[in-house]
Ligand binder design. Structure first.
Ligand code: AMP
Length: 290
């Protein structure tokens, strides 16, 4: 496995290897990322190569978000990738990625209007996570398109955990006629049902126990739905009742038609039940696809 830090080295590599599968990540890798990587390695064909990118993308973080505090565990991440049979780990710096001289970086505000952005349509962005994270999905779409261009990936692996991101990436591919085949991977959870997330590292015991309510709410919806209850008002109220003591600070708890991201009043196949909540000030997301 090789570790590549610069765009020129990456281009040299991809010029010789045109059968690339890409797994974009922000690092602090866990078994959720592992599921994406394992699938990419399993599905690669004979001359195929798997590239995992590790890049905490400044332009997808808002000014009051955790860009500086986001966990960075590069040595462990590189070992993790090597053990899973990855061919290349691409770890650019922010300056490398956005073409800024290192000595200029203090003058460059990553959230200003200096760059050409990819902006998914507002009606799909201004909901769920995009509602509170203004500009987030413009930053995501921009960096993902750059990674597609830099790697020439034929396949790319994304987690269902970031459901709105997955939807918007597929939309970008369709709208911009990109030749990338998107593979989505189900949410990986720990033994108590908490969706794995790099941000779980911030949870103490109290936060961890509170965070379990998120999956309990989703499981409640699933069980009721499987018993034939499809009325969203009922499903919503039954599930939200589990947070009676306001143990978690719910940002949204919505029932969405995953064909078009519209809210739905009747749960059915392909309804996305999506939650974002702050637990002791740590923002977590989770969802269930019916
Ligand atoms: P991140 O490093 O958080 O940007 O995540 C990189 C990729 O891993 C995204 O496509 C995520 O949806 C995916 N991912 C993160 N956590 C999980 C999980 N628990 N299960 C499945 N995929 C995940």
């Amino acid at each position: 496995m090789i570790v590549i830090k610069t765009i020129s080295e990456l281009k040299e590599y991809t010029a010789k290897n045109d059968n690339i599968s890409l797994v974009p990540t922000m690092g602090a890798l866990h078994l959720g990322h592992g599921a994406l990587i394992k699938e990419a390695v399993k599905q690669k064909n004979q001359n195929g190569k798997v590239i995992v990118s590790i890049f905490v993308n400044p332009i997808q973080f808002g000014p009051n978000e955790d860009y500086n505090k986001y966990p960075r565990t590069l040595t462990e991440d590189v070992n993790f990738c090597e053990n899973l049979g990855v061919d290349v780990v691409f770890v650019p710096s922010a300056c490398e990625m956005y073409g800024i001289e290192e000595n200029q970086k203090d003058n460059f505000n990553f959230s200003n209007n200096y760059l050409t952005y990819v902006c998914p349509p507002y009606f799909l962005v201004n909901k769920l996570c995009g509602k509170s994270r203004v500009g987030h999905f413009d930053g995501v779409a921009t960096v993902v398109l750059k990674l597609f261009n830099l790697t020439g990936a034929k396949k790319a692996y994304f987690g269902q955990k970031d459901a709105q991101q997955l939807f918007l990436i597929k939309k970008m591919i369709k709208d911009l006629n990109l030749n990338v085949d998107i593979k989505s991977i189900p949410i990986v959870r720990d033994k108590n049902g908490l969706a794995l997330s790099s941000r779980n590292k911030y949870l103490d015991d109290d936060g961890y126990n509170k965070a379990l309510i998120i999956n309990k709410m989703l499981t409640k919806v699933k069980n009721l739905y499987e018993r034939g209850i499809t009325n969203v008002k009922i499903l919503f109220e039954e599930a939200i009742g589990l947070n009676n003591d306001n143990m978690i600070d719910i940002e949204y708890f919505e029932f969405i038609d995953f064909n078009n991201l519209e809210n739905t009043f009747e749960a059915k196949e392909n309804t996305l039940v999506a939650i974002a909540a702050k637990v002791n000030n740590i923002r977590l997301i989770d969802n269930l696809l019916l």
